[in-house]
Design a protein around this ligand. Structure first.
Ligand SMILES: [Zn+2]
Length: 120
């Protein structure tokens, strides 16, 4: 065909197996794999491919906030906040912006998320 094949059938499973059906960021486990997604470190649109080295298992929440640039993705994986925490922070920030919660309460909520990060 002469055309580069970027998508490889069955690689989702290979990746899930390697990562033990566990989100590599927040360590959420799902043996069915239904709530887990495969993130391409170098996105397909930037010439990334379905190579096991370019793939990582993330849960829905962590995947939603995963940056597309490999450099930023590394930072994201190194940061202590997982996807669910990041989602909650967005919600808290919105509530603060709308004046639903006070600044003080916003910071309290934010800090409690950081303390409980490992348990979420
Ligand atoms: Zn996760």
């Amino acid at each position: 065909m002469g055309e580069e094949v970027k998508r490889k059938f069955g690689f989702r499973k290979v990746c899930l197996n390697r990562d033990n059906y566990t989100c590599q960021k927040c360590k959420f486990e799902d043996s069915s794999g239904k709530k887990l997604e495969i993130h391409h470190v170098l996105p397909l649109i930037f010439d990334g491919c379905d190579d096991i080295k370019n793939m990582i298992t993330l849960c829905f929440n962590c995947h939603r906030h995963a940056p597309n640039e490999p450099e930023k993705f590394k930072e994201y994986m190194d940061s202590e906040l997982d996807g669910l925490t990041t989602s909650l922070l967005f919600v808290y920030k919105k509530l603060q912006d709308k004046g639903v919660i006070t600044d003080t309460n916003y910071y309290k909520l934010k800090n409690s998320l950081k303390e409980n990060d490992q348990n979420i």
